[in-house]
Design a protein around this ligand. Structure first.
Ligand SMILES: Nc1ncnc2c1ncn2[C@@H]1O[C@H](COP(=O)(O)OP(=O)(O)OP(=O)(O)O)[C@@H](O)[C@H]1O
Length: 453
């Protein structure tokens, strides 16, 4: 979808071609496109992302009823909630006009209309659309919250982002703990980006490399050090000189190598396999694991002295199921990303959102990403259903709740507000509707709960 709001035209939806021409002509100072039924209108919405739509409620195949018109209104607002829709109704059709506005239409006009009035109405709609888009853009610029590439509104995750920013420019070693797929590598990259280290970010997965190769991968080797060592090769530690080295799955590092790594961390000098010369290396070390290292230490599988070298700052990353509202927020963002990659303008159907909100996400964000990726390919229409994400009939899990009434109420309020904002993809008006409160009330609530948009 185009992001350049100035390019977003007016869409005129009218099945009576003579009237369509007349409307287009009387609004000729606006760039416009046309459609004659629901299907062609949605095609135009996907193609042009119009800022303003004028539409007749009576559309074929049943032009005498308003059902197609209401269906179209619903679809437009689901696909592009910021669109300003002006509904053109018959005389004496007050109730449908009110219903349309209740559904989210911007305004209505009774036919036959004065061209001046129509012009004014369309002009105001464009202006409002432009102001809202500008407002959204400015707010997004002010939003300092997450690190680049990291989508979250969960208070705990936002605190983690602050920690990462604070420690980025120190030399402190950082240990990231969290289940698989929670974004440990995303945070490690964020840490590197926020630091002023000019070298590379180099990641190595200690669990994915066979024990006998891990040493040469990390420390490099001299030509002839072992069979097959045809030329001298620097290791990952050297490659990360001046930058950041991420040791993923550090809990899987074999004991002998743990001793060698500890020596490196104390002396900051690398000795390649088969080499005799020490090479000084300046590197920031970040490690990550999904294992319980305290347990590994107790079982004698991990060196305690190495742990304290590596864990100057420990960050515990919550699993996706413990983050408030993030599953829906991330789902929206993945739909935009993968939909865009496939040239499809897709949205999440209500049943998909509900299933995403209640599923327990054992594979965390990686699982969500994969499910949405597949769904953007599998979805038949322009909506992704619970079935498309493979979660039809998924059960929810209940959280433990404290019995303190005030705390329970506050926690419930925060959860509902974050979930509504996430489901509404950050649109406050829509979130307020979902919560059944007015927009000012929602702003007050967000202020009280310390939430940012
Ligand atoms: N908050 C987030 N916002 C956007 N994308 C995210 C976020 N967290 C994780 N991802 C994406 O989810 C996937 C998994 O993240 P990542 O590889 O960082 O997890 P991990 O904890 O390092 O996993 P593992 O322990 O299995 O190595 C990646 O594709 C990453 O881009």
């Amino acid at each position: 979808m185009s992001t350049d709001k100035l390019q977003q035209p007016l869409l005129v939806v009218e099945d009576d071609l003579a009237l369509q021409k007349q409307i287009k002509w009387s609004l000729d100072r606006f760039e416009s496109v046309t459609a004659h039924d629901r299907e062609s209108a949605m095609t135009q919405v996907r193609r042009y992302a119009p800022a303003v739509v004028t539409m007749d409620l009576g559309l074929p195949p049943d032009a005498d009823s308003v059902s197609e018109g209401f269906k179209l209104l619903e679809q437009i607002l689901a696909a592009a909630p910021d669109t300003k829709v002006i509904v053109l109704t018959g005389q004496n059709d007050q109730s449908n006009a009110v219903k349309a506005v209740g559904m989210g239409a911007y305004d209505f006009l009774a036919k036959p209309f004065e061209p001046e009035v129509l012009n004014l109405c369309v002009e105001r709609a464009f202006r409002l659309h432009h102001l809202q888009a500008e407002n959204k853009r400015l707010r997004a610029m002010q939003m300092p919250d997450a690190l680049s590439g990291l989508v979250t509104r969960d208070p705990q995750m936002l605190r983690i982002c602050r920690t990462i920013e604070k420690v980025a420019n120190t030399n402190a070693s950082v240990m990231l703990l969290g289940e698989s797929g929670t974004g440990k590598e995303v945070l490690a990259r964020g840490l590197h980006q926020q630091s002023n280290r000019k070298g590379n970010f180099v990641a190595i997965n200690c669990a994915a490399i066979p024990e006998n190769l891990l040493e040469s991968e990390l420390f490099g080797y001299e030509k002839g050090a072992f069979t097959g060592a045809a030329k001298t090769t620097p290791g990952k530690i050297e490659t990360a000189h001046g930058g950041t080295l991420m040791l993923d799955e550090i809990g899987d590092m074999p004991m002998p190598l743990q001793a060698k790594l500890l020596r490196f961390l104390q002396e900051r000098i690398v000795e390649r396999v088969g080499g005799r010369q020490g090479i000084p290396v300046d590197v920031r070390v970040v490690c990550a694991t999904h294992q319980n290292l305290a347990q590994c230490i107790k079982e004698g599988r991990f060196r305690e002295d190495l742990y304290y070298r590596l864990a100057e700052i420990v960050v515990e990353i919550p699993p996706l199921r413990a983050r408030v509202g993030d599953a829906a927020l991330l789902a929206h963002s993945f739909v935009r990303r993968f939909g865009g990659e496939h040239g499809r303008s897709l949205t999440l159907a209500d049943d998909a959102l509900r299933a995403i909100e209640t599923y327990s996400w054992p594979g965390n964000i990686r699982e969500l990403e994969n499910r949405i990726k597949r769904a953007t390919i599998m979805a038949d229409g322009n909506q992704i259903t619970a079935d498309d994400v493979g979660l039809a009939g998924a059960d929810g899990t209940e959280d433990d709740r404290s019995l303190d009434l005030r705390l329970t109420r506050e926690a419930a309020e925060q959860r509902a507000v974050l979930a509504a904002l996430a489901r509404a993809d950050g649109t406050v008006a829509k979130a307020a509707d979902l919560l059944g409160v007015s927009r000012p009330t929602l702003y007050d609530l967000m202020h009280r709960l310390g939430l940012k948009i």
